[in-house]
Write a protein that binds this ligand. Structure first.
Ligand SMILES: [Zn+2]
Ligand SMILES: [Zn+2]
Length: 248
């Protein structure tokens, strides 16, 4: 019972700093003992196909070229990209709470969304390594964790893959992409990443993972350095993605 009391006290102290509120709407979720309230959960929009073959943006119909108007400019370096839910206002608040407000525990439920996407879109694929999009060391010091790696830590055992954090590193910090034009976005991330060990890349198949995809230029640049070092196949998976045809 002593252990139980200590656990209760620890929980009470934790709640003082991190009250169990829904990161989507701020309502009390202590009764539901869950990460978001059921109302917010039901407002998440799972992306549905058909998708652009390459970037995974929902499209009315697939025909003709493998690229669409929503593919990264000038051209994506990854072979395929898929995301699980639309980056709606609720998802924006959840990922913000996760990355900027110290709600690191959100990694676990977010990893389950990621796992859903992994099984749905990549169940038949073989990957040699799963690579979280790296943060620049200065950003990592500030945030204390890499949001993509943290999700993968929860997932790798269950999913049966190996996360590789030391294949790609970010050598240049980049500005947020949201206010830039397509070409600026490309220039912003050009040269931001570098391969640590090319012997781990040549002829290998990779899955690159991040929490949110906005323009796709960042993951495309990670894919480019992998491809330039001889990667055979590079796919991308993110929890959320901004889309042109869903309201935020
Ligand atoms: Zn809520
Ligand atoms: Zn596309």
């Amino acid at each position: 019972m002593v252990g139980h009391s200590i656990a209760s006290i620890s929980r009470a102290v934790l709640d003082l700093f991190y009250p169990p509120v829904c990161p989507g709407c701020g309502s009390d979720v202590s009764e539901e003992s869950d990460w978001i309230c059921s109302e917010c959960f039901h407002r998440l929009i799972y992306l549905r196909g058909p998708f652009c073959r390459t970037c995974g943006h929902p499209t009315a119909e697939i025909r003709g070229p493998a690229f669409c108007d929503n593919c990264p400019v000038p051209q994506p370096a990854f072979d395929q990209c898929r995301s699980v839910v639309h980056y709606c206002e609720i998802m924006r608040r959840i990922t913000h709470a996760y990355k900027f407000d110290g709600r690191r525990c959100l990694a676990k439920p977010l990893s389950q969304l990621l796992f859903w996407g992994y099984r749905r879109y990549y169940a038949g694929e073989r990957f040699d390594a799963v690579v979280p999009v790296p943060l620049h060391p200065s950003r990592l010091r500030e945030r204390e964790f890499n949001q993509a790696a943290e999700m993968l830590l929860h997932l790798q055992k269950e999913a049966g893959f190996e996360m590789e954090e030391n294949i790609v590193r970010r050598v240049r910090p980049t500005e947020p992409q949201s206010q830039m034009t397509g070409i600026d976005r490309h220039a912003n991330v050009a040269g931001a990443f570098e391969i640590v060990d090319t012997s781990k890349v040549q002829g290998h198949r990779f899955l690159v993972v991040d929490d949110v995809l906005t323009t796709g230029n960042t993951v495309s640049e990670v894919a480019r350095v992998l491809k330039d070092s001889g990667a055979q196949f590079v796919a991308v998976l993110t929890v959320a993605r901004a889309t042109a045809n869903h309201p935020s």
